[in-house]
Design a binder for this molecule. Structure first.
Ligand code: SF4
Ligand code: SF3
Length: 543
């Protein structure tokens, strides 16, 4: 029997193989098909744009922006609204056809660049263009590895774009890579090279976003973030988009409504220009997967700026607002108009709501991005030289709902006291609130920020390599134990591989989209491995 859908892009995929009836994330078969069609349309548009450039013709920046948003929309836990997704497919096909009309040479275009059909034909077409349309499992695996890297890249590029930072090089690469995913003539070596090149542009996009964030808001600095609540009504903002947070902070100023961060928005508190807003009062809750209980308790409106959205319960659904790539049927979506988003509906709702129920008290200390760590580099280097710090463990990445992820909390607790955890991404919620202490004033968990701030961790490693005069970044006393869930973790992984980092442990399970042969390439070339149990892994990673 044909599966109703097929998706294996995230770590929680059904049975560790693929969601075939309904997504574990809540994505229905119809939404999965709509996303498949949007990806197909986007590849077709990219193929036409790539050929136009090859002919020396200009391609408008709006094409790149469309591709970026289309990819972002299909990331895990971003958009569950079939109408929105289908409308984007229709528009994308129309833009593709308009561009194709300008081509001088249209011979041998791939099918995705030429398919014609009405919106009524979408459902039938969508069934034929998903992941399984590539029959050879190794080709499929390489293609999807690159595709998920591109989705992560799109997410980070979109955040940089929101702050006015663009990169034509990255956009041109994305269009070329997408068009290569339609090319049946490529060899295994070509596809391996493409996946690794995606990692190179992964470094570039994280560098661009880092520049956008730090030039807009200053360099993150060591900051204590409150976990308790105040007496005012509040808005909870979640996701990764700092530009949306800044706009919300401006519009809530003086209204008597407080703003709380949730999940991946926590690191906003570390930026000097964002933390100056006195009504940005604290962080509420934990990583994305606990949102059902936490949003109920929050009692006020919740604004989603990116993934991870869990299909909301009726008890709080009326309080959920979305913007940008995020969408859920029945939840109001705030569009940008004339360069501005109007959050007044969110603010007006907040004024009618009781203040949040307190979940906990205390604080989180974070803000250890590259410049802040460089500022205390002497202290860190001395601690390594004296043996006070024996090893750094990079534990960046994602959190998730699987019970097996308890491993990361246990691993953090069991690490010897002379080790320091370097973290970024929502994976941190497994251990950032634990009393792990410090080493001569250096906290044993250094949070650099969001998942994209894994770039900061790479810069810190490269700086240490320079200070210690090492030839290879793998000679440093640094081990990598990374937790992944969605596609932004894929671009982070490919970026680390591009930087030459070897022997990364990836868990809690290896990606289902890696075929045995492609997995073998990654193991043999880069020493990538899974996780086993806490005791054995501490022995092998720390010694
Ligand atoms: Fe399944 Fe993950 Fe795809 Fe959702 S995103 S359908 S959980 S593989
Ligand atoms: Fe988390 Fe979704 Fe990946 Fe940005 S919010 S790290 S999972």
């Amino acid at each position: 029997m044909d599966p109703k859908m097929f998706c294996f892009q995230c770590q929680e995929t059904a049975g560790g193989k693929g969601c075939q009836v309904q997504g574990v994330c809540g994505k229905t078969a119809d939404v999965a098909a709509a996303q498949d069609l949007l990806i197909y349309a986007t590849k077709g548009l990219a193929a036409v744009a790539h050929r136009l450039r090859g002919e020396g013709q200009a391609v408008d920046a709006s094409v790149a922006h469309r591709i970026t948003l289309n990819l972002f929309i299909t990331i895990t836990n971003a958009n569950f609204d079939q109408n929105v997704i289908d409308a984007r497919s229709a528009e994308t096909f129309a833009v593709r056809d308009e561009l194709r009309g300008r081509l001088k040479e249209t011979a041998n275009l791939p099918e995705a660049a030429t398919w014609t059909g009405s919106q009524a034909d979408f459902a039938a077409k969508a069934k034929k263009v998903g992941v399984l349309a590539t029959e050879n499992e190794d080709v499929r695996s390489f293609r999807e590895l690159t595709m998920y890297g591109l989705k992560g890249m799109a997410a980070y590029l979109k955040h940089a774009n929101a702050l006015g930072y663009e990169s034509e090089d990255i956009e041109i690469f994305m269009q070329r890579a997408l068009s290569m995913l339609l090319d049946d003539s490529l060899s295994g070596d070509d596809l391996t090279a493409l996946a690794l090149e995606t990692g190179k542009f992964g470094v570039d996009v994280m560098a661009l976003l880092d520049k956008a964030n730090t030039e807009s808001y200053g360099n993150p600095e060591i900051t204590k973030v409150q976990l308790g609540v105040g007496k005012n009504p509040g808005i909870l903002i979640t996701g990764h988009d700092l530009a949306d947070l800044e706009e919300l902070l401006k519009q809530t100023e003086g209204t008597g409504v407080d703003v709380y961060t949730h999940g991946e928005m926590l690191p906003a508190h570390y930026y000097p220009k964002l933390k100056q807003y006195k009504h940005l009062v604290g962080n509420y809750g934990n990583a994305w997967w606990q949102q059902k209980e936490e949003f109920e308790a929050f009692q006020g409106p919740v604004l989603f700026t990116t993934n991870c959205l869990v299909p909301p319960k009726d008890s709080y659904k009326a309080r959920v607002f979305t913007t940008a790539a995020v969408g859920f049927p029945g939840c109001p979506h705030i569009e940008e108009k004339d360069g501005r988003k109007d959050f007044s509906a969110v603010i007006e709702m907040a004024k009618t709501c009781p203040p949040p129920k307190e979940l906990e008290q205390g604080e989180i200390v974070g803000g250890f991005a590259h410049e802040q760590v460089f500022a205390v580099a002497d202290k860190v280097v001395d601690a390594i030289k004296s043996g006070a710090i024996k090893k750094f463990i990079v534990m960046a990445g994602c959190d998730g709902r699987m019970k097996s992820r308890g491993y990361y909390k246990e691993f953090a607790e069991a690490l010897p006291k002379d080790t320091v955890i370097l973290t970024a991404g929502c994976a941190k919620y497994k251990y950032i609130k634990l009393p792990l202490g410090d080493i001569g004033g250096i906290p044993r968990v250094l949070d650099a920020g969001q998942c994209n701030d894994s770039y900061s961790l790479a810069l810190i490693a490269l700086k240490l390599k320079e200070v210690f005069g090492l030839a290879d970044v793998n000679e440093l006393p640094v081990a990598y134990n990374i937790a992944w869930y969605e596609q932004k973790a894929v671009i982070v992984l490919l970026a680390l591989l591009h930087l030459g980092v070897k022997n990364i442990h990836l868990g809690p399970t290896l990606p289902a989209f890696l075929s045995p042969n492609v997995g073998k390439v990654l193991v043999e070339t880069f020493g990538i491995g899974g996780i086993t149990d806490v005791e054995s892994d501490i022995k092998s990673m720390v010694g």
